[in-house]
Ligand binder design. Sequence first.
Ligand SMILES: Nc1ncnc2c1ncn2[C@@H]1O[C@H](COP(=O)(O)OP(=O)(O)O)[C@@H](O)[C@H]1O
Ligand SMILES: [Mg+2]
Length: 293
Amino acid sequence: MWPNRLKKLGVLGINKRNAMYLLPLNERKYYPLVDDKLRTKKLAVKNGLNVPHLYTVIRYHHQMNEVFNVADQYGQFVIKPSMGSGGEGILVLEKQTQGKFARADGQILSQEDISYYISGILAGLYSLGGQEDKALVEYKVQSLDIFDAISYQGVPDVRIIVYKGVPVMAMLRLPTKESNGKANLHHGAIGAGIDLHEGITLHGVHHDRFITHHPDTGNCIEGIQIPYWKDILKISSRSYEMTRLGFVGVDVVIDRMKGPMILELNARPGLSIQLANRSGLSKRLESIDSVDE
Ligand SMILES: Nc1ncnc2c1ncn2[C@@H]1O[C@H](COP(=O)(O)OP(=O)(O)O)[C@@H](O)[C@H]1O
Ligand SMILES: [Mg+2]
């Protein structure tokens, strides 16, 4: 009964996503542009788009001290594997006194802990296919006040599915206590569907359960107007000319000083965005195709 019901709702499954959309529309030669966040960042900047400022890149162990120089200079920063995905290996940090650092959940790390962590990144612990990787050290995005009531110690991001350059579905992802400063759903963040035209949040989903309120703050996540909505749509649609990928998931964050920024692009975007929107992707994709013909 379930498969039929989902089909009726036009829910796109993983096999169809791969066969009908990824294979024909995302040429493999373009994947490296988005599978490596350093390349995506450079590409976005070249195209005049805002990204979180890159403080430094650590490629070798002997460069490890640079992260502590960044910490001295800026106080807050984020370390992430350039070829990571799904929020794996991302550390959102704030410098404390005496060489200590606090994570979003309050866990305290020493310099040794951080060096050890970066060694893991370089060795490929979090990278696609376990390849050797680089650690990016970047600006920690400062969340908007409007999101304080509906996120727990982290920056929400907007995920937008862009098909042939047209935004077709979006959700706001909200960090929770469980997701530790990150907005990735399988770490326990919430996904709230978005009315694509208005940029207003609809209902939410948390671990495959429908919800209306944030589990940690208790506040309602529905009916929130996302600032800069038209700009966010424009930025996300630029991903097509930038990468030539026809089916892409764009992650946008909003900084309180600098406005919307591209965080990353995904060539194999997940499909739970449909659950957050209680709506299937198939019809929306088909309607774009029908205009195309
Ligand atoms: N520079 C940053 N400042 C604050 N939070 C960040 C930053 N970079 C990432 N995050 C948090 O981590 C999440 C995952 O980051 P992202 O760059 O999309 O990597 P991934 O490919 O692992 O999803 C984001 O949704 C955001 O919540
Ligand atoms: Mg992401």
